[in-house]
Ligand binder design. Structure first.
Ligand code: ATP
Length: 591
């Protein structure tokens, strides 16, 4: 297929405004590409290339290869192909006026007839001298564009920028206006012809007669629109159904919506509860049988970049701890000498580091914690419920004879614990433990849900931060138990109602041991009556408290209860007279 044909289709697609019609145009493009006899013994078929080009990609989404071309390199190449009088600055100036690189490139007259020789030599063609051929293509094939861009991506080391300009110049030099428009956009990742992932999915389904949901599944596991198109064409629905995850090819990460404990418990019988680690998402791919002896380990970021070299600790973890091929989803956290988590910014210092990794590792150590298992020992687990995937994760990570029931043990093993409960109090205490251990809080997950790559669905919820807070007077407390026996632990909260104080709930979460010690010191002098573990406290201290909801409730004297109250801090600047009123509580509830 000629690149001019691709450009023509791209023009039609770009001009189309109706979504359904866009799918039809993309289908036509794919169908035509499918008939291209390009003798692709090596590398992808034209169909695969076209399916990616239409989305503005040169390489599949799972492939970390990039062209690594700055805009300036592209402007230089355009300038050189445009003629001796044109400089990169002129291209940039035009861009400032025109606003879009495709239109800028299409505005020049390129050689069109200079041929491959010019580009191989990297030599200077001059379109200005060749007005007869301006705007015409030199039969540039889609495959050639791909091959040259692949060479360009592979160029590295000294002189590579010059080589990139030369290669790109060679392409532009053979372009018509329309080809130049789409080549420039492709090279700068600015295709923007209105072709999203759903469009290509529907077009593949339509072109090769495969049900959309099957195409969708194949796309999820392969992350490669080109390959799915090719398999759909060559092997039909059976081939598409047979596509599986592959160790070494990253999958898009499942994402979370913001949500509340209330929502989670209303929608699911029980919620899966995990700590939310404050680090960076990683996907670990490990294959012990790749023949190299030590196994093959790849680590990918949330955007599917290969970050293996930056995180040797994760590679060592995989080599020491995994024995079967696996794809694991997790988080990498930075830790201090005691293994306590450090802020997210510390992880970033390590995450994409390319040089001096050993030195960086001395300053900040990272540790992986895994919460999901997408593939183990040849079996894809995406369709399995979370609870089953987590069991598999445990068996992949934990030695069969080890006792992994305590958090410490699991932490060492890089396994994030998954609790399953319908009890809000248990969820609160998991949240408190997570905060106490220096993590971000909790994630709530539907234990029955499959893993949906790339989806920000309702099956994973990050606990929403509180929208509003209330300033409440502390009117009572309870002594803690166990290691917290010397601390006041649960605090009764009240709001003002005229001259009186009316209770609205009790807060026990969001408070570290250190803070409990401080609060005990602050409140103990105000204790008036002690009855067993419970104490009355005279109004003196004001807490700022977050909550999920205000409910009517017979339990408290105000007639309302704060659902999931969380301690935010002491309002030492406020006295009980400045605390919030029942009236404000009622107003907030009505909102
Ligand atoms: P977003 O994902 O919404 O764009 P973000 O990247 O800042 O934003 P959050 O939304 O705050 O992340 O939370 C989701 C992220 O939390 C996940 O992508 C993952 O990196 C991290 N995370 C930490 N612990 C877990 C866990 N147990 N399960 C799932 N994700 C977790």
């Amino acid at each position: 297929m000629e690149f001019a044909t691709f450009a023509e289709h791209a023009g039609t697609i770009e001009a189309e405004t109706a979504d359904l019609e866009t799918v039809v145009h993309v289908r036509d493009l794919l169908s035509e590409a499918a008939t291209a006899d390009d003798g692709a013994e090596r590398g992808p078929q034209t169909l695969e290339i076209v399916a990616r080009f239409a989305q503005g990609r040169v390489f599949p989404a799972w492939d970390s290869t990039t062209l690594d071309i700055g805009p300036r390199t592209c402007y230089e190449a355009i300038a050189r192909a445009a003629g001796t009088n044109v400089r990169a600055d002129d291209v940039e100036d035009r861009l400032a006026t025109v606003g879009e690189i495709g239109d800028v490139a299409a505005g020049y007259d390129f050689g069109g007839q200079q041929g491959l020789g010019a580009f191989v030599n990297g030599g200077g063609g001059n379109a200005d001298d060749d007005s007869d051929t301006a705007g015409r293509s030199d039969d540039l094939a889609v495959r050639e564009v791909f091959d040259v861009l692949s060479d360009l991506a592979a160029a590295e080391g000294s002189g590579s920028q010059d080589r990139k300009v030369a290669l790109l110049f060679g392409l532009f030099n053979r372009c018509s206006s329309d080809e130049a428009r789409y080549l420039a956009r492709l090279v700068l990742s600015e295709m923007r012809i209105g072709v999203g992932e759903g469009t290509v999915r529907d077009a593949i389904a339509d072109a090769f007669d495969v049900p959309v949901d099957r195409v969708e599944r194949a796309l999820q596991v392969s992350n490669d629109y080109g390959r799915v198109a090719r398999v759909a064409k060559d092997e039909g629905v059976e081939g598409v159904d047979a596509m599986d995850l592959e160790v070494g090819r990253p999958v898009q990460a499942m994402l979370a919506q913001a949500g509340t404990v209330t929502d989670a418990l209303e929608e699911w019988d029980e919620a899966g509860v995990e700590w939310k680690y404050d680090g960076a998402r990683i996907q670990l791919h490990y294959d012990p049988f790749d023949g190299s002896g030590s196994g093959e380990t790849c680590v990918f970021s949330r955007n599917m970049e290969d970050v293996t070299d930056a995180l040797p600790e994760v590679v060592e973890f995989a080599e020491n701890r995994l024995e079967e091929p696996a794809i694991l989803d997790g988080e990498v956290v930075a830790v201090d000498g005691d293994g306590s988590p450090l802020p997210f910014q510390e992880v970033l210092k390590r995450f994409r580091r390319k040089h001096d990794v050993a030195k960086a590792r001395e300053d900040v150590t990272v540790r992986p914690v895994f919460f999901d298992c997408l593939h183990a020992d040849g079996a894809d687990l995406l369709e399995e419920p979370l609870s089953a995937r987590h069991e598999r994760l445990r068996s992949v990570l934990v030695d069969s004879d080890a006792d992994a029931d305590t958090i410490d043990d699991d932490d060492i093993r890089g396994l994030s614990l998954l609790w399953q409960t319908g009890d809000p109090d248990e969820i609160e205490s998991i949240d408190a433990d997570a905060l106490q251990a220096g993590h971000e809080g909790i994630m709530l997950k539907n234990p029955d849900a499959a893993y949906s790559p790339g989806r920000r669905g309702k099956h994973w919820r990050k606990r929403k931060p509180d929208v509003e807070t209330l300033d409440c007077v502390v009117t009572g407390a309870e002594w803690g138990e166990g290691r917290r026996a010397t601390f006041l632990g649960t605090f009764e909260l009240s709001v003002r109602a005229g001259e009186d104080l009316e209770t609205v709930g009790k807060v026990a979460t969001g408070i570290t041991d250190e803070k409990l010690a401080e609060l005990t010191e602050l409140l103990e002098p105000h204790v008036t009556v002690e009855e067993g573990q419970e104490v009355d406290v005279e109004p003196a201290v004001v807490f700022e408290v977050g909550y999920e909801e205000i409910q009517s409730s017979p339990t408290y004297s105000s007639g309302y209860a704060l659902r999931f109250p969380r301690f935010q801090g002491v309002r030492s600047d406020k006295s009980p007279e400045d605390a919030d009123t029942l009236e404000r509580l009622e107003r907030l509830r009505a909102q």
